[in-house]
Design a protein around this ligand. Structure first.
Ligand code: C2G
Length: 131
């Protein structure tokens, strides 16, 4: 049976580290489903809207060959519902989230992949500002 992998993220100012995470996540199974955090979730959790609005962030992620389906992640507390709704067999997250989703392992397997070093949305924004 096909193995469904699920992952979540903001994917703001999309960069190489995002791509590597998504490609490695897809490599862990057959089908990759991605929850892209909404603008409202970012405003409520981080106090600011992403640089790019959610429809643009979703369009970029959706266009990738390694991504099969994209949906809105509108709450950090609804992960269990999302895993069940999308029939996930495996949750993959970058290791900046290590340990944070271990309690979901009664629904599906949970793994954390190492982040790509030296690149992030924040570093990219700072580089652009300084150039
Ligand atoms: N990532 C990575 N390497 C980097 C930067 C990011 O592997 N250099 C990974 C993160 O670990 C994450 C994914 O790329 O798994 C998306 O990163 P963000 O857009 O920063 O996602 P975040 O805002 O942490 O997700 O439920 C989680 C929320 O959606 C928030």
């Amino acid at each position: 049976m096909a193995k469904t992998v699920i992952t979540f993220g903001t994917y703001d100012v999309f960069h190489y580290g995002h791509l590597m995470l998504l490609q490695r996540a897809k490599g862990c199974g057959d089908r990759l489903v991605v929850g892209v955090s909404t603008d409202a979730l970012n405003i409520s959790k981080k106090g600011r809207a992403p640089i790019f609005p959610e429809n643009e962030r979703k369009a970029i992620v959706e266009s990738l060959r390694c991504v099969d389906h994209v949906f809105d992640e509108d709450s950090l507390e609804k992960k269990a519902d999302y895993l069940r709704e999308h029939k996930a067999d495996l949750l993959v997250m970058g290791d900046d989230w290590r340990g944070r989703f271990d309690e979901l392992s009664d629904i599906c397997e949970v793994i954390y992949l190492p982040r790509t070093p030296a690149i992030s949305t924040t570093v990219t924004i700072e580089k652009i500002k300084a150039s």
